[in-house]
Design a protein around this ligand. Structure first.
Ligand code: SAM
Length: 259
């Protein structure tokens, strides 16, 4: 076995439960034309299952100490980029491929939101993602309105994807074990997505949820709230509505009127 010690600063908690790894790798039925992208392959625990698929695989790893181990998986169908995923131009790296693009990864938890935002912002047409994340974060991703976990990122994700919480993974399945429980979430691209400017929608939602206790009207101070009153009336909703009470779909309607 190798002697590479796990770097906390890179979120290195290596998954060692083979049954879980296999289950994650099998979450999408892929074809030869498809591409699986793995962020943070580490020592290749998940990669070894991904490369058994018919599709091709592209992996991004920041830690060059892992180069020797990972390059043993390198082949015609599996390539590695040793760089910071967040700094890559994904459209340039991947571009328009014939098949579908899927992200399947046990990602470094400290950059979960930046990773997903980077993917959504890339212009890539992503068909789905299976991600192992912190349980607390998975609950936020799959939250419904009127619950504590419902927030701006929930709405943003649900604009693009149907979100499914698959199963939990105990911390004892990792080496070293993280302090938290983890969960596998699966995101499946919605069939009909209204095209909106990602950055504008992102800032709009952040503003709407900026102060949870305040009304939407208060949080959206800089916008002309009057414009969405007819929508609220149409759905019989109060003018004092708060962001956490607004459904994913309604946020898009509000955005269309206000931005
Ligand atoms: N996939 C492996 C597994 O399941 O055992 C490792 C998962 S570990 C949670 C996260 C991996 O992401 C580490 O290998 C770490 O070096 C890598 N990583 C951290 N930050 C990264 C970044 N910005 N870009 C690419 N990889 C990164």
């Amino acid at each position: 076995m190798d002697r590479i010690f796990a770097k906390k600063s890179l979120g290195q908690n290596f998954l060692k439960d083979e049954a879980v790894l296999k289950k994650i790798a099998d979450t999408f039925a892929v074809t030869e034309k498809d591409l699986i992208v793995e962020i943070g392959p580490g020592k290749g625990a998940l990669t070894k299952y991904l490369i058994q698929k018919k599709s091709s695989t592209l992996c991004y790893e920041l830690d060059t100490r892992l180069k020797n181990i990972l390059l043993s998986f390198d082949s015609e169908k599996c390539h590695f980029i040793f760089d910071d995923f967040l700094k890559r131009d994904l459209f340039k790296d991947i571009g328009n491929i014939d098949g579908n693009v899927y992200f399947i990864a046990n990602i470094p938890y400290y950059i979960t939101t930046p990773i997903i935002t980077h993917i959504l912002n890339s212009g890539l047409d992503v068909s789905g993602m299976t991600l192992l994340v912190q349980k607390e974060v998975a609950l936020r991703f799959s939250a419904v309105p009127n619950t504590r976990d419902y927030g701006y990122f929930t709405v943003l994700l649900h604009h693009f994807f149907d979100v499914f919480l698959l199963f939990d993974v105990p911390n004892t399945s990792f080496d070293p074990p993280p302090k938290v429980t983890s969960s596998v979430v699966k995101l499946i691209r919605k069939k009909h997505i209204e095209i909106i400017d990602f950055s504008l929608f992102d800032s709009f939602l952040k503003r709407a949820f900026s102060q949870k206790r305040k009304t939407l009207r208060n949080n959206l101070g800089i916008h002309d709230f009057e414009k969405i009153i007819p929508i609220l009336e149409k759905y019989d909703l109060p003018l004092t509505i708060r962001a956490e009470e607004v459904s994913y779909e309604l946020f898009v309607e509000f955005f269309r009127k206000l931005v």
